[in-house]
Design a protein around this ligand. Structure first.
Ligand code: SR1
Ligand code: MG
Length: 400
């Protein structure tokens, strides 16, 4: 049998029955297509007592169609990344029940007890464990897939397993090129056009973005999730699940940390001009900024602990090296946070945190704030020397 797109509920149900033991042959099953992402098809199959998720990758991008072909190897990459992440933080990822190379599909745990973080943030929900969980996920997945922990052969074979050119190319273009020129793929609020044009003329900014891009291309530091935006996180009061690592590849660790921080700040920018009580929106901004602080400190403390106890290579065990490493990582993370903010504001793929502001002028104000913060993070990334300084700098822009 060769690849066939699931074309009916019956197809999906047959596949679910074949590849899990969650359902009895007597019970009737329901299917819902729940994919709201840009790239794949996602189905939930529900029985009397259990449910599961099936994700199928077609040979093109869902929102674009056959005009933008995409390797289906991405689904193997996603399944293997989820399994690898589960070795380090099993509570923070959905369990993979089955990966099917022929149907380019993954059968996995249903995480509908958790809510999509993008929506939770738009609704200003405060999730008590989120920042700590994200910090732990980043510290563990990044440390244990880096040269600090792996030996030469393990690391090289990891790089090889996660060669992901099609998905990397999307990020290379959407993060580091399109938003910095008048690209046809960009989507720009008419009220923001002048700001975008000014940004395209800023050669100091473009130089810094080029430096971040070359690291993204060359720095095989750790296995990344590769697309850690708020839509890739599900959370509730008790837990967190991180999904969708189809962009996984071995790249600069700061890219994942920065994408998360950038998404917190995109919501901060959105809150500035949404409808609703000012006090409530401003409280939520403070909760988000406190979250960035917790996330970074959880990450740093845990990563330093791993470095001091589990770094295998003796030449990388110096205390001074750990200090230098962490400060480089903070600078990279801030830079990538900035590129995420800019590309989500004037590039192809926007975020609900800002897009949901109906009034065009209010939306443009939030977009302007996102662009300003993004540029500050990119340009000042090496002079902002602690997360506390970063947060103060952001606060300064909110109240100026
Ligand atoms: C065409 S794909 C656009 C974006 O969606 C994905 O989730 C990634 O963030 C990508 O950049
Ligand atoms: Mg995705």
């Amino acid at each position: 049998m060769s690849f066939r797109k699931f074309s009916s509920d019956t197809d999906v149900i047959a596949f679910a029955r074949q590849h899990s033991d969650l359902f009895t042959s007597e019970e009737s099953l329901q299917v819902e297509e729940i994919g709201d992402g840009n790239i794949n098809f996602v189905y939930r199959v529900t029985g009397a007592a259990n449910s599961l998720i099936i994700k199928q990758a077609l040979p093109y991008i869902r929102i674009i169609g056959e005009g933008w072909p995409l390797s289906q190897d991405r689904v193997r990459i996603e399944a293997e990344a989820l399994q690898l992440e589960a070795n380090h933080c099993p509570d923070l990822v959905p369990q993979v029940y089955h990966y099917d190379a022929e149907q380019c599909a993954i059968v996995m745990e249903d995480i509908s007890a958790f809510e999509n973080l993008r929506i939770a943030m738009v609704e200003r929900k405060q999730l008590p464990l989120l920042a700590e969980h994200l910090g732990r996920f980043l510290a563990d997945t990044l440390f244990y897939t880096s040269d600090l922990y792996l030996d030469t052969y393990e690391k090289k074979s990891l790089v090889q397993r996660f060669i992901n050119p099609d998905l990397c190319k999307i990020s290379e273009e959407l993060f580091f090129w399109d938003p910095y020129c008048d690209h046809e793929r960009n989507s720009i609020n008419a009220s923001l056009r002048t700001d975008a044009e000014k940004l395209w003329q800023d050669s100091a900014l473009k130089l810094e973005v080029a430096r971040l891009k070359i690291k993204f291309l060359n720095q095989a530091e750790a296995l990344l999730h590769g697309d850690l935006h708020a839509g890739s996180v599900f959370a509730n009061e008790h837990g967190t699940k991180i999904i969708d690592p189809e962009f996984a590849y071995v790249g600069p660790a700061g890219f994942d940390i920065g994408t998360v921080i950038g998404n917190y700040l995109l919501n901060v920018a959105g809150q500035a001009n949404q409808r609703g009580e000012y006090a409530e929106r401003s409280d939520y901004q403070q909760w988000l900024l406190a979250g960035i602080n917790t996330l970074w400190h959880t990450f740093e403390q845990r990563f330093r602990q791993h470095m001091s106890v589990e770094t295998r290579d003796p030449s990388l065990q110096l205390g001074e090296y750990a200090d230098w490493y962490i400060s480089e990582l903070l600078a990279d993370s801030l830079g990538y946070a900035g590129t995420e903010m800019i590309r989500r504001t004037i590039g192809l793929a926007h975020v609900m945190d800002i897009e949901s502001i109906e009034d065009t002028e209010r939306r443009a104000d939030s977009e302007r704030l996102a662009l300003t913060l993004g540029q500050i993070l990119i340009k000042e990334r090496t002079t902002l020397s602690s997360i506390a300084e970063v947060i103060d700098r952001v606060r300064g822009e909110l109240y100026c």
